[in-house]
Design a binder for this molecule. Structure first.
Ligand code: XUL
Ligand code: CO
Length: 441
């Protein structure tokens, strides 16, 4: 098999002082942090679509990427070369997982049957590469947003034929995900949303979406796929309003349609910020509801209002993300999937490696800082003290649910001194976090 990235050898850990762009500064896969190796904690994954099909196209210009498979013309030859490149890259980075959409890995044929056949060929090839067991499939998914047939959405399309086509596509994607031992299956909303309410029956669309997801759950049971189902929230783009807006919206939707036992949430950093939340907020809300399933690890640009899908390099954000993940007891069957693309001007194959190294190092450093912060318990003890008024007296009665408005009014009327509050100490707490990133990890 030809080497696709001859300029890159297996990336090694060289420590924080290294200036080698093809070495890790913080990610040391076998280093143990709190009883688990970094590799086990972080469960990194490469996103096939950005890394192997992204061409660097933007609304103002054509593709810029230089990729080894560009010399090939037959779409199936290109697809096969990308598979080889994927496994070579995973090996060289030491990344244990990858994720794909059905249409990233194999081209569409003349009809669905031919498309499925293409997918089978590629899945067979992937299975062979996965034989050794070093690389696993974190999740599979179906691309139901690219082809013009999905212009009104898939499960929420006004056209029943499109719903049926989408169902057939997910059926196949589930079968392939099972065949490859996928740990999860993701539904990201694609075009499930609307651009104007003037032509939209929202209730019908939401009902249809729920029906579609129930059908997927039923079919997974039928074929014995026991991976975790995940929904990935995003507030906008491509539609003006995506139905899976954010974690809170998805929690409500899943509960309303009795899907909350079958789904968890895949949280993407850039989607969180597009929704007007921090990444930490979305992770936190999913965690406290026992719904944190997996993570799309990327970052947006503070000054741009769209999904820039950049590689995550902000240590403050990765530290607080790892803090939530550690508090959740880890990623479980999920992982940190780099749903991220190199910038259009970072067009060489080496940039693909530099970018993943940057993201892996940022999360490794975040893990160490978060672990130290959590073990010392500085924030934990501050927060627990902050709510200590609920541990006894009237607070305890409120918590236990043994008082109502009447008793609380009596209590308030009997207060003979002004209420005393304590400082929230935000700036001091921010200093502590900075200290853990800079000095204690
Ligand atoms: C789109 C996005 C998707 C999902 C998978 O913004 O994040 O790539 O992660 O469909
Ligand atoms: Co994503």
């Amino acid at each position: 098999m030809a080497e696709h990235f001859p300029g890159v050898s297996k990336i090694a850990y060289e420590g924080p002082k290294s200036k080698n762009p093809l070495a890790f500064r913080y990610y040391n896969p076998d280093e143990v942090v709190g009883g688990q190796t970094m590799k086990e904690h972080l469960r990194f994954s490469v996103a096939y679509w950005h890394t192997f099909t992204g061409e660097g196209v933007d609304p103002f210009g054509s593709g810029t990427m230089e990729r080894p498979w560009h010399e090939l013309s037959d779409p199936m030859d290109v697809a096969k070369a990308r598979v080889e490149a994927n496994f070579e890259m995973l090996y060289k980075l030491g990344v244990p997982f990858f994720c794909f959409h059905d249409r990233d890995v194999a081209p569409e044929g003349e009809n669905l049957a031919e498309t499925n056949k293409n997918l089978d060929v590629i899945a067979g090839m992937m299975k062979e590469h996965m034989q050794g067991g070093d690389v696993k499939l974190l999740w599979g998914t179906a691309n139901m947003f690219n082809h013009p047939r999905f212009l009104h959405g898939a499960a929420t399309s006004c056209n029943a034929d499109v719903f049926a086509y989408g169902a057939a596509q997910v059926k196949k994607a589930l079968e392939v995900t099972k065949e490859l031992g996928g740990a999860n299956y993701v539904f990201w909303g694609g075009r499930e949303g609307y651009d104007t309410l003037l032509n939209t029956d929202m209730k019908t669309e939401l009902d249809h979406l729920a029906k579609f997801l129930h059908m997927a759950v039923d079919y997974a049971k039928e074929i014995g796929f026991d991976g975790q189902f995940l929904i990935e929230p995003k507030p906008k783009e491509p539609t003006k309003h995506q139905y899976d807006f954010d974690v809170a919206t998805v929690l409500g939707f899943l509960k309303t349609y009795d899907l909350d036992k079958d789904f968890k949430i895949n949280i993407e950093a850039n989607h969180a910020t597009l929704a007007g939340h921090t990444f930490q907020h979305e992770l936190h809300l999913a965690r406290v509801n026992n719904m944190l399933g997996s993570v799309d690890a990327n970052q947006g640009d503070e000054l741009l209002g769209w999904d820039t899908d950049q590689f995550p390099t902000n240590l403050y954000t990765t530290t607080l993300a790892m803090y939530e993940i550690l508090k959740a007891g880890g990623l479980g069957t999920g992982g940190l999937n780099f749903d991220a693309k190199v910038r259009r001007a970072s067009f060489t194959p080496e940039d693909m490696f530099y970018a993943h190294v940057a993201g892996m190092d940022a999360f490794a450093k975040g893990l160490k800082a978060a672990y130290a912060l959590l073990s010392d318990g500085d924030l934990e003890s501050f927060i627990s003290k902050r709510y200590s008024s609920y541990q006894d007296g009237i607070g305890r009665k409120i918590t236990e649910g043994t008082v109502g408005f009447k008793e609380l009014e009596e209590y308030a009327l009997a207060m003979d001194k002004p209420i005393v509050n304590e400082s929230g100490r935000q700036e001091w707490l921010e200093t502590i976090v900075n200290q853990y990133i800079a000095e204690m990890s």
